[in-house]
Design a protein around this ligand. Structure first.
Ligand code: WTA
Length: 635
């Protein structure tokens, strides 16, 4: 394991230089030393960003669950793999050992097989954060089925779109889910989604809330009896390095969500390596990431990364404020959590509450604190550092994306000196660069530009499911021969990166990526709405909140605006989910447009930010007069 655990800044620079000088040898050594391969690769890397086509460890064969579970059995069979912490603190915590996980994954895998699922089939998983979620993901991987986890906060319409896009044969869900003091009837949402999803033949239903639900004869099956009857061992499916492991949808700035497709070997190697180093995980540690497995953070750093390292990983079903705002810290104390990984939006929400919620608990077990999902502001960083870390627990501000599969830019704790709001230095193997508007790379420091990556890394998504052209257009066409992230960044004199935020029409609200186009489409379906435009504006907890400018049809102009606002948000909740609701809705007679008819979002953004003194030249607009009206009525 010589390549693991970078121990000093000097070593980091050494390792980094090696990874750039000779990436193939670098990754080959890590792959060789730390995993079980059924067959060795014949080529480490093959790539061409102009197509784009990237393959890692071509020719190798493996199964990721053999690496995440089976190989730990001789040495860690009785070690806890998963700690399940339920929503309700009164309910019993579950400790699932590697041996038990093996058995439960095997049984689940046998159920999938019995229901006709085979290698390459797509399985949609729509579950709350209960052990069945982790187990079903791993069961798919064991038999080579491609899992497509859909966050259980998404609406029926959003779920249906995702099921149909990759033509899932099966949906795995539960009767319901607990979130704080709410019970959500998930199965009802699935039934609604499946009204128009002919590809789905089978629905497996885990029991969680005991809600009354309908079971459709021949399609729906309760999971528990099937599991009980299933054989407790299941041979792995031997997978090729580049066989798809999963699809995970992320919002684009336009149109349909993008089904990012990740493959097996490169993903495994990169996630395992980054997990170990970013969190400086040691054998006895308890690690907790508060994300949901419905997002990439949960895939890579609740499940695959920790399990590939034989770690103990906590899975929390609930929310930070139930039964009160001390819940996170109570869990840290209870399980003596060593590494804690969360989102800036959660930190900001927690920091607003009374300090007594923190002070009640013993947080001395914490060694590393992490953040992910959006830029962290200085105030939140300091609160995290002082109040949670007591000033002596390094914070790793990790920048990465669904598309990148794993952490790309991050400090290494105890190694990289941190500066608030800076994600600092690229991980070994990662070659970021900043590009200017003319498409030239900005060399030298300091620099401010669009963040790209020049060279492939093992866990990058290989395509958008069913739409390689869109993959190329979105990520590889803006700048020649570079992967374009969609983010802007600064690089200071020491080479540290600070991510400044999206430069496209994706808005990050409470750490969730939301594309403006799908929300606008939802609003425009309202019979009284003629047209709409969405922009983000700063919000002290969510980071960004959504501001909608809406033009009403003549028929709608006389309607009560309060009711219309409610109906619009209701429509968004139905089409996308409650996370996409608008905080402000301004009705207007027009939207500022260029002469070619494009909405000038830059102006709308400034008005929403209350920065109206410097709107730039508006005289070239098609309808400059509308700007004044919008400013006067701004909310
Ligand atoms: C943003 C989450 C600043 C960024 C793993 C990126 C961040 C998008 C950070 C991806 C960070 C993520 N600092 N911004 N540390 N981490 N982002 O796909 O805009 O849900 O492009 O992946 O979140 O979000 P996604």
């Amino acid at each position: 394991m010589s390549q693991y655990h970078i121990k000093s800044l000097e070593e980091y620079f050494q390792v980094y230089r090696k990874s750039i000088r000779d990436p193939e040898t670098f990754w080959e050594e890590i792959a060789e030393e730390n995993f079980i391969w059924r067959k060795r690769w014949n080529k480490v890397l093959d790539w061409d960003f102009s197509k784009p086509k990237v393959t890692w460890f071509q020719g190798a064969q493996l199964n990721i669950t053999e690496n995440c579970i089976d190989r730990h059995l001789p040495t860690r069979g009785n070690k806890t793999a998963l700690i399940f912490e339920p929503n309700n603190p009164e309910e019993k915590t579950q400790h699932i050992t590697y041996k038990q996980l093996h058995q439960r994954v095997c049984q689940f895998a046998n159920v999938l097989k019995e229901k006709g699922i085979k290698k390459g089939d797509r399985v949609c998983i729509y579950l709350p954060m209960i052990p069945e979620l982790a187990i079903s993901v791993l069961a798919c991987a064991r038999i080579g089925a491609i899992h497509s986890v859909v966050f259980a906060g998404f609406s029926a319409t959003a779920l249906r779109t995702r099921i149909n896009d990759c033509e899932c044969n099966m949906v795995i869900t539960s009767d319901g889910s607990f979130r704080g003091n709410k019970t959500i009837d998930l199965k009802v949402i699935v039934d609604e989604a499946l009204k128009d999803a002919p590809c789905v033949e089978t629905v497996l239903v885990a029991q969680r809330t005991h809600s009354e639900i309908e079971m459709k004869e021949g399609r729906d099956f309760w999971l528990e009896p099937l599991i009980e009857a299933a054989y407790k061992d299941c041979a792995i499916e031997v997978m090729d390095a580049e066989d798809p492991l999963f699809i995970l949808y992320t919002s684009g700035s336009t149109g349909m969500p993008k089904g990012m497709m990740h493959t097996t070997a490169g993903y495994m190697v990169y996630i395992a390596y980054t997990f170990k180093n970013v969190f400086q995980y040691r054998e006895e540690d308890v690690y907790w990431c508060t994300a949901d497995i419905g997002w990439i953070t949960g895939h890579s750093y609740i499940l695959y990364g920790p399990l590939a390292n034989g770690a103990t990983t906590v899975m929390f079903e609930g929310v930070p404020n139930y039964p009160d705002w001390g819940r996170f810290w109570q869990i840290v104390e209870k399980h003596k959590v060593n590494q804690f990984y969360t989102a800036p939006t959660a930190i900001r929400a927690l920091a607003k509450e009374n300090l007594s919620f923190v002070e009640k608990y013993d947080l001395s077990s914490l060694k590393v604190l992490g953040t992910v999902g959006e830029p962290i502001n200085e105030e939140a960083w300091h609160w995290y550092d002082d109040i949670i870390g007591k000033g002596n627990t390094p914070i790793v501000d990790t920048w990465w994306q669904t598309e990148t599969g794993g952490i790309m830019i991050s400090p290494i704790p105890f190694v990289t000196p941190t500066i608030p709001t800076f994600a600092t230095l690229p991980f070994p193997g990662i070659q970021p660069c900043l590009m200017d508007e003319t498409g030239e790379e900005i060399k030298g420091n300091p620099a401010n530009g669009r963040l790209c990556v020049k060279f492939p890394w093992p866990s990058m998504a290989r395509t958008i499911w069913g739409n390689h052209q869109r993959y190329k257009d979105t990520y590889f066409s803006t700048f020649e021969n570079k992967y374009f992230t969609g983010d802007g960044a600064l690089r200071d004199n020491t080479g540290y990166y600070r991510i400044t935020g999206r430069v496209d029409d994706v808005i990050i609200v409470s750490g969730h990526n939301l594309g403006t186009a799908p929300i606008e489409d939802a609003i425009n379906e309202h019979p009284a709405v003629a047209e709409s435009a969405i922009v983000g504006f700063p919000h002290d907890v969510k980071g960004n909140a959504l501001y909608g400018y809406v033009i009403l049809k003549e028929t709608g102009e006389t309607r009560n605006h309060g009711n219309l606002r409610k109906e619009i948000n209701q429509l968004i909740t139905e089409k996308i989910g409650p996370i996409a609701k608008l905080d402000k809705i301004q009705f207007t007679s027009g939207l500022p447009k260029t002469r070619s008819g494009k909405i000038m979002r830059r102006i709308l953004r400034k008005i929403a930010h209350k920065e109206t003194s410097n709107l730039g030249d508006t005289s070239t607009l098609l309808n400059p007069e509308v700007v004044q009206e919008i400013i006067e009525n701004a909310l």
